[in-house]
Design a binder for this molecule. Structure first.
Ligand code: ADP
Ligand code: MG
Length: 737
């Protein structure tokens, strides 16, 4: 075996589990049902934990709750059926000091034959308390001395033993899994290492063979950590390599445009000189209501660099609620129009699209554009809405304008993605609240630029999110995007005061505050509890809550209602009334979660706040604090869980979306975050975004070097390995030379 050529991981993927000893048809089926088909799958089935068999404990020292290995002799064995019909084998064992322990096995009838009186064995497991007696249930057993005194399997004594995720359903014990893994390892022999020696040296990584042995069959506890470290690095490296390759292919195959951007225009402040011949970007910023924050200026610099390069921009803009993403987006769209092209802004809901339309029209109302096809050679900028709600005739008008270029900016929902939408020349696309849109929708809108416009170009793409994602998670989830961050709130804003109103007095104070603020000419939102069930159920409960509030806490105030079952026109009307102040309070379901911007709103009350996720709560709170006066957020309700309490506490203590995102990652684990990613082999199995940030960064830098330095020939070991993680189509696309 030692002379065998070192194997590639992918070769292990070619060996089906049925080739292992003791794996017959039944076990093949059981393993397959767990998604384990080949030797590679087995080797990447990592232990859940380890038991140190070297730590033997005397029975008399054993405490409930201990996880221990005890060496003892069988005194008594019996078996019976439980009321549920399970076979239960009960064994009493004792050690030299005559201390006893009860050991119980369920559905392992054969234990009665294995553990006959006189047998000496090691029992590993957790000690529980059953009817005031210490007991081990379904421990791992190593028979050391048989009933007749013969020694058995002494090789396994004193080792660190890996415990695998056993599967009762598939009828496989951890012990069996361990056996399959061990055989796989032995038969695989030495493994080829695709990571260059100097990279391993620099990062202090053990080689691949050592990593698999160390994680599955560690000789000592201290072997495990370095093994894990290397395997985690490999997971990140493969992921980052695939992302970097995808990106490179996209760049190679793309036909972007270099938009004409004058960087000096970005430094223009309100009141600066501009002439009708200045760029739209310059005229916009010179005539705007406010000066850019330095974060906005910095991010626009990053965007301008992307847009003026012929490679299409592919950038994620993260900025907390209220950080001022809109002006950044508008500037990008105007840069596209300066180059004689169009821009599109896609929002996740109709309410938001309509609201964007209103504010964009307001912000751009004084801008005109040179157009030789109209009388006078100049016309106002045309900004139109395209949602599913448009009447047929309006829709046709907008479609015609997009196709002939007389519409400059279109604001819409996913209605922008339907087939009959074509552009004359789509130069830039902004997607607001990215997390609501899937990767496919992102791609579809981009395709519009190429397939559905008279000029086949890849538009520059800016996706924006107000849901801050920890940097590590962004690298994994949105790894194919460049990252910009707006980490500064526009000046003069006061942090929102957040109160978790628990007692009756505090709740009363909350409603008093609402009345007080309204009396001062301010407005309030009340967010209804999240109700399980249909939109209809949710809507009904919102109606009831509004009626209740009008009768009691908010009697005498003008209270409006907004929920998902209302027609578009109704929603619009309510929003409009709230915006102009003919409503004092808006009772709403989470439909208002994102983007709604009413600067006069200074109180937001969130009922049963614990029902919402942390990110969502932070979003909701961000509806307030939109001008320079003090705003308040009240969290109502008593969380039934510790998690709920922690979320509300976090919200009270922090106003920083990024800090909250880190806390959220801690509370929820990364599973939920990564949920957006496609499942499958490429999933991170060992890696933790929280614990392994250093390795992720290292892997990213190694991946970038490898891809940019063209160090990945199609027949390299590394590329061969990556093929395990992509389907054939994608492999052809990514790895063709
Ligand atoms: P976001 O979309 O990132 O939540 P918006 O773009 O809606 O934030 O901006 C929030 C509010 O801050 C708006 O009322 C906007 O006009 C205002 N604003 C944005 N940038 C600035 C700035 N540089 N100075 C002053 N006010 C600003
Ligand atoms: Mg916004």
């Amino acid at each position: 075996m030692s002379d065998a050529p070192a194997r590639r991981l992918r070769q292990l993927g070619d060996v089906a589990v049925g080739n292992l000893r003791h794996v017959g048809e039944k076990r093949v089926a059981a393993l397959n049902s767990l998604g384990i088909e080949n030797v590679f799958d087995l080797l990447t089935l990592y232990p859940r934990r380890y038991i140190d068999r070297t730590k033997r404990v005397d029975l008399s020292d054993l405490n409930v709750g201990d996880e221990a290995a005890v060496f003892a002799q069988v005194q008594k064995v019996s078996s019976r059926r439980t009321r549920q019909g399970k076979v239960m084998v009960e064994v009493t064992v004792s050690d030299d000091d005559d201390a006893n322990l009860k050991v119980v096995f369920f559905n392992q009838a054969w234990r009665e034959r294995q553990l006959t009186v006189g047998v000496q064995a090691l029992f590993f497991g957790k000690v529980t308390d059953y009817r005031a007696q210490r007991q081990m249930t379904n421990p791992v057993v190593d028979v050391i001395v048989g009933a007749t005194g013969e020694e058995r399997d002494a090789s396994r004594v004193g080792r660190v033993v890996a415990i695998y995720p056993a599967s009762g359903k598939a009828g496989l014990t951890s012990w069996e899994m361990g056996g399959f893994v061990e055989e796989s390892l032995r038969r695989a022999g030495p493994l080829l290492d695709p990571v260059p020696d100097e990279v391993r040296r620099d990062l202090d990584l053990v080689d691949r063979t050592a990593s698999f042995w160390g994680i599955h069959l560690p000789a000592e506890f201290s072997d495990i950590a370095p093994a894990r470290r290397r395997l985690v690095f490999d997971e990140f490296l493969r992921l980052q390599l695939l992302l970097a390759l995808r990106r490179r292919r996209l760049e190679e195959s793309s036909s972007g445009v270099a938009h004409p951007i004058n960087v000096e225009d970005l430094d223009v402040a309100p009141g600066a000189l501009s002439t009708p011949d200045s760029t739209l970007v310059r005229r916009f910023l010179a005539g705007h209501r406010f000066t850019l924050t330095s974060a906005q200026r910095r991010v626009l610099g990053e965007i301008a660099a992307d847009m003026s390069s012929p490679l299409p921009m592919h950038r994620l803009l993260q900025g907390d609620v209220g950080s001022g993403k809109t002006v950044v987006a508008l500037t990008a769209l105007l840069a596209s129009i300066d180059g004689g092209r169009q821009g599109a802004l896609m929002a996740p809901t109709e309410v938001l699209a309509e609201q964007h339309l209103v504010s964009i029209r307001r912000d751009l109302e004084n801008l005109s554009i040179h157009d030789r096809s109209v009388l006078g050679g100049e016309r106002p900028l045309s900004i139109q809405l395209l949602t599913g709600r448009l009447r047929a005739k309006e829709r046709l008008n907008v479609l015609a304008g997009l196709a002939n270029g007389s519409v400059d900016i279109v604001v819409g929902t996913h209605a922008l993605l339907t087939d009959d939408v074509t552009f004359r020349s789509l130069g830039a696309v902004v997607i607001d609240e990215q997390h609501r849109f899937g990767v496919e929708q992102r791609a579809a809108l981009r395709e519009k630029g190429k397939e559905r416009s008279r000029e086949p170009i890849d538009p520059d793409l800016l996706v924006m999110t107000a849901t801050p994602i920890p940097r590590t998670a962004a690298m994994v989830v949105f790894g194919d995007l460049d990252l910009s961050v707006l980490d500064e709130l526009p000046g003069g804003r006061l942090a929102i005061k957040t109160v978790w109103a628990r007692g009756d007095d505090e709740v009363a104070a909350c409603w008093a505050r609402v009345r007080e603020e309204v009396a001062r000419g301010r407005r309030a939102y009340v967010i209804c509890p999240l109700i399980e069930g249909s939109d209809r159920v949710q809507a009904t409960s919102a109606v009831q809550e509004r009626d209740r509030l009008v009768e009691h806490e908010l009697a005498g105030l003008r209270v409006g209602l907004l929920h998902g079952q209302m027609k578009g026109a109704e929603k619009e009307e309510v929003m409009a009334r709230f915006r102009i102040g003919s409503l004092d309070v808006l009772v709403a379901t989470v439909v208002i979660e994102v983007g709604v911007d009413v600067p006069e709103a200074s109180v937001i009350v969130i009922e049963d706040a614990w029902r919402f996720g942390l990110a969502q709560l932070h979003q909701l709170r961000g509806r307030g604090g939109r001008d320079t006066t003090q705003s308040y957020c009240y969290l109502l309700g008593d969380p039934p869980s510790e998690d709920g309490e922690k979320r509300l506490e976090a919200l009270v203590t922090s106003n920083d979306g990024f800090a909250l995102a880190e806390i959220d990652l801690d509370l929820r684990g990364e599973g939920t975050l990564l949920g957006a990613r496609q499942r499958g082999r490429s999933d991170l199995r060992l890696a933790s975004l929280r614990r392994d940030e250093e390795l992720l960064l290292a892997a990213q830098s190694v991946a970038t070097t490898m891809v940019q330095g063209d160090l990945l020939s199609p027949d390299s070991d590394m590329v061969d390995e990556l093929r395990l993680f992509v389907d054939d189509n994608e492999a052809d696309y990514l790895f063709k030379s």
